[in-house]
Design a protein around this ligand. Sequence first.
Ligand SMILES: [Zn+2]
Length: 195
Amino acid sequence: MISELETRSFLTNSDAHSLPKIAREYNKMQVEDISFKEIVKAIKNEDGRKILANYGLDPKLGKYHRTYCDDCEKSIETKEPVEFCPYCGGKNVTFGVFDRIELIKDKKESKSPSKRPPYIYQVPLGFIPGVGGKTIKKLLDTFDTEMNILHKLSEDDIEAVVGKKVAENIVNAREGKMEVHSGGGGVYGKVVSKN
Ligand SMILES: [Zn+2]
């Protein structure tokens, strides 16, 4: 939606201040070997090197996706961005990323340039309904990494360790079949079952 960014490569990476969340956002790149030179080439789309995919949190789940009223503590999901709260009239609103884009975009529709790789949304285990600390530990003890569980394992394999309901929720989240409530004002979004 922003012309200025059309020629740019997009990357998503986790920041490093929360140990369990390191590498939660990452990229898949086509390179000849692992070196800075090759990564620069991939970012610049040179000599067949490229970014193949980005993996990251569904933006809706982010802590600052929508504008949030700090007075009445509600997420403000109006179509047009607002600078005051439509519920209580308060001016203490924390602007959301989505709303900021609405404000600065110069195109009507979101269209990715053909070279841009897919951004694959993922719902971390901690967001999935019915998945608590014990379940996460059990899953990680059995399957090693969260990304294995989120993207690769079959529903049957997961079910064998943590039961039908949890396995179903994990696979539904993977396939985008859960309802996502937007985050805002420093509070993460939420994932809920549709039924
Ligand atoms: Zn308010």
